[in-house]
Design a protein around this ligand. Sequence first.
Ligand SMILES: C[C@@](CO)(OP(=O)(O)O)[C@H](O)COP(=O)(O)OP(=O)(O)OC[C@H]1O[C@@H](n2ccc(N)nc2=O)[C@H](O)[C@@H]1O
Ligand SMILES: Nc1ncnc2c1ncn2[C@@H]1O[C@H](COP(=O)(O)OP(=O)(O)O)[C@@H](O)[C@H]1O
Length: 285
Amino acid sequence: MPTLTLPAPAKLNLFLHITGRRADGYHLLQTLFVFLDFADEITLTVRGDGAIHRTVGAVDVPEVADLTVRAARLLQEVTACPLGADIQVFKRIPMGGGLGGGSSDAATVLQGLNRLWQCGLSDDELAVLGLRLGADVPVFVHGQAAWAEGVGEQLTPVDLPACWYVVIHPQVHVPTSELFSASDLTRDCPAITLAAFHNGVGANVFQPVVEKRYPEVAEAISWLSQYSNARLTGSGSCLFAPVSSRQEGEIILQSLPDKWCGFVAAGVSISPLQQKLVISPTLYN
Ligand SMILES: C[C@@](CO)(OP(=O)(O)O)[C@H](O)COP(=O)(O)OP(=O)(O)OC[C@H]1O[C@@H](n2ccc(N)nc2=O)[C@H](O)[C@@H]1O
Ligand SMILES: Nc1ncnc2c1ncn2[C@@H]1O[C@H](COP(=O)(O)OP(=O)(O)O)[C@@H](O)[C@H]1O
């Protein structure tokens, strides 16, 4: 049966402001998404019997709740596709760390099965479907670094200069919903422009809230700030800082306290998924 292996990259939120709230309680954001060349790997194999199974995946995510399985079922339902799939998810991206791994996995499954099942949906149609699974799925479907508004689905592509980042996971799980409901979260940021961001305006509004509730994250931010401008990504708990080269990042990581994990990755404007899809439109065998 046809098989396809694709990357599901991590993202960083280079800044994240909340500008207001929708009537349904969801928060309106301004953020800048960039991708990392650090990714989960997903292998999809077509099944003729219509069943969808996750044959490899994170042990602490039940198969039925896995965003890859939910994405496959959604695409199957919407397109009335009679085919199924076996899904292998090799996780590298820390979960619940603000790196968007679950959303990225879902986007990769939508893109991969759209091809394997020959559904013929456009990127825009896949992004609309993806939004039903999570606010961050559309940006991963399009795979282009973007200025984002709304809940993160109103995307304007941007081309950012290549950059290296040190990313640290303080081994703390920070639940996104808890942070969005925090009383001390700033929800009235004035709207800014991309030009203002490039002039140094912009912060992550979750950062002070997370630092107050999770001292371990505050300690990690303070540690990384010795070397470069450290900031939280998404709702945390991972943090990142720009560095001038992979080598500089690796040197910083040599002093990383054992209790935390870290890696160095390149920030890229075209996601590793889009790069692979564009280079070889008929990838599967
Ligand atoms: C904060 C961001 C920034 O990129 O990323 P992560 O930290 O998750 O990577 C996203 O906005 C995360 O969006 P999304 O992926 O939809 O968050 P979920 O975990 O599904 O949302 C959990 C809960 O947070 C609240 N929520 C979420 C998004 C939003 N714009 N407003 C909200 O109020 C809702 O109550 C929702 O039920
Ligand atoms: N394939 C998946 N990979 C990671 N997390 C998943 C997956 N499917 C469902 N989840 C759930 O989504 C939550 C958020 O995961 P993730 O997207 O990695 O983090 P974040 O939203 O903080 O960037 C996890 O805690 C997990 O319970």
